[in-house]
Design a binder for this molecule. Structure first.
Ligand SMILES: Cc1cc2nc3c(=O)[nH]c(=O)nc-3n(C[C@H](O)[C@H](O)[C@H](O)COP(=O)(O)OP(=O)(O)OC[C@H]3O[C@@H](n4cnc5c(N)ncnc54)[C@H](O)[C@@H]3O)c2cc1C
Length: 415
């Protein structure tokens, strides 16, 4: 086991026994196995397939699947804490794992707290059991390609990907950009707007969340993938051309995703744990570097510099601030949060994504030229961290806009 201390100390943050057990498990896997592989996946922009074999083997693909279905039964918070530990060792694995685990959270803990008719709940129970069985018994991996090219910056527009009823099936057509795990997931959990042959009317309320099998006819992954950071996510474009998908592949009853997105906004915070981990990794690196503990990188002469000491203190302060607000937000995640909690969630998303990158850039400035060489991980942390603020629907700019608008306008205020 690595000697890395937990990011969130169990006593200080009063973690449950289960949270300690799970975070220890992920930290061990990350530090002993994923950290050493991260460089090659990044260099080649290749999907971390060996890490996924380990996730399968260790049961972590089923982390948020309830224990009655054979999963590890982790709550939203327990999962977030584990994903932060994973992000510390391999950002791309943690971020793609988030896409997979989200399919279990949307269908599991979240759905349980939402309004459904008795019939819908029974049907949902039946369908999710099938999805969970695949993950547990067959090691199936799900992804979450929701993003599309947008004509406007309006968040409430219906998804352009459509699903039309054809007998017992859906016919799905559309294009998803930045489809992480493309070519590697077994099922693509897409959002589409249901349409009918005799009406053009489209609404976000009619959003269907459905698993498109990756080998179905009409599914193609196109384009290349050579980005700045998060290179191992392999987020190419997913094209679905009149793909026939069984109605049994629904991940949620019709319209439930719309309710979930409105009533469980903290779900969109699940992209942040990866970046909490990267922020911690930049801190760990800087302290080791300045203490002369990295093999081949000299003695501890730099730590005698007052400015280095001051920089490292600033980093620690920024890291503690980030961890504190993040821990509060993931601890209070629930259905129907208050306005104050939603505002805090936006602020936390912004804080984590921006601070992770600021910490990395200060780490580079402080450690100096040799720290950006590719045989050290810091420059990867820096590139990966830059991607956090770009993730929709809560990009850094979108968070700023929402916070400002919400504070200055009441529900019926118009200028
Ligand atoms: C590494 C990586 C992996 C990803 N993986 C996935 C994935 O698995 N699934 C998935 O669905 N998506 C994924 N995404 C996509 C991501 O969530 C965004 O959809 C994508 O980055 C949008 O890029 P764009 O150029 O189309 O941005 P645009 O939507 O065109 O936005 C451009 C700019 O406008 C700003 N902006 C957009 N909307 C608003 C708003 N409402 N208010 C204020 N400003 C706004 C943004 O902040 C941004 O600066 C991934 C992205 C990256 C970088």
């Amino acid at each position: 086991m690595s000697d890395d201390a937990p990011i969130f100390h169990p006593d200080a943050f009063q973690l449950s026994e289960r949270e300690v057990e799970l975070t220890d498990k992920v930290r061990k896997l990350g530090s002993e196995t994923f950290a050493a592989r991260a460089d090659s996946y990044d260099a080649a922009a290749k999907f971390p397939a060996a890490n996924y074999a380990d996730l399968r083997e260790s049961g972590l693909l089923g982390i948020c699947i309830p224990t009655i279905y054979g999963g590890l039964g982790a709550s939203y918070r327990a999962y977030a804490l584990c994903a932060a530990e994973m992000g510390r060792y391999c950002g791309a694995t943690a971020l793609t794992w988030n896409m997979h685990v989200s399919s279990c959270l949307w269908t599991g803990e979240l759905s349980d707290s939402l309004k459904m008719t008795v019939k819908e709940r029974a049907q949902h129970e039946h369908l999710r059991e099938g999805h969970y069985r695949r993950i547990i018994s067959e090691g199936a991996v799900y992804s979450q390609p929701f993003s599309e090219v947008r004509d406007t910056e309006t968040d409430g527009d219906p998804f352009k990907t459509t699903a039309m009823r054809v007998g017992e099936n859906w016919q799905v057509t559309g294009r998803k950009i930045f489809a992480s795990l493309s070519g590697h997931a077994d099922y693509y959990g897409v959002l589409c707007t249901t349409v009918s042959a005799d009406s053009d009317e489209r609404s976000r309320r009619n959003t269907l969340y459905i698993a498109v099998p990756s080998h179905a006819a009409g599914v193609n992954v196109v384009g290349d993938w050579d980005p700045l950071g998060m290179r191992g996510t392999v987020s190419r474009t997913l094209v679905m051309d009149e793909v026939i998908v069984s109605a049994e592949e629904a991940l949620m009853p019709m319209g439930l995703y719309y309710q979930a997105a409105l009533r469980w906004p903290h779900m969109f915070l699940t992209l942040t744990p990866t970046y909490v981990g990267i922020a911690q990794a930049a801190m760990d690196f800087t302290v080791k570097y300045l203490r002369g503990e990295l093999p081949g990188y000299g003695d501890a002469k730099h730590r005698r510099s007052a400015v280095k000491s001051s920089n490292v203190a600033s980093m620690q302060i920024q890291l503690e601030q980030t961890k504190a607000v993040w821990f509060q937000a993931i601890s209070e995640a629930q259905v129907d949060p208050s306005r104050e909690q939603i505002l805090r969630a936006y602020a936390v998303q912004y804080t984590v994504m921006e601070n992770a990158n600021e910490l990395c850039q200060l780490a580079i400035r402080t450690c100096g030229g040799r720290s950006i060489l590719k045989n050290l991980p810091l420059e990867r942390f820096y590139r990966d961290s830059r991607c956090g603020s770009l993730m929709l629907p809560w990009t850094a700019d979108a968070c700023i806009e929402r916070i400002g608008y919400d504070l200055l306008y009441g529900p019926s205020d118009r200028d």
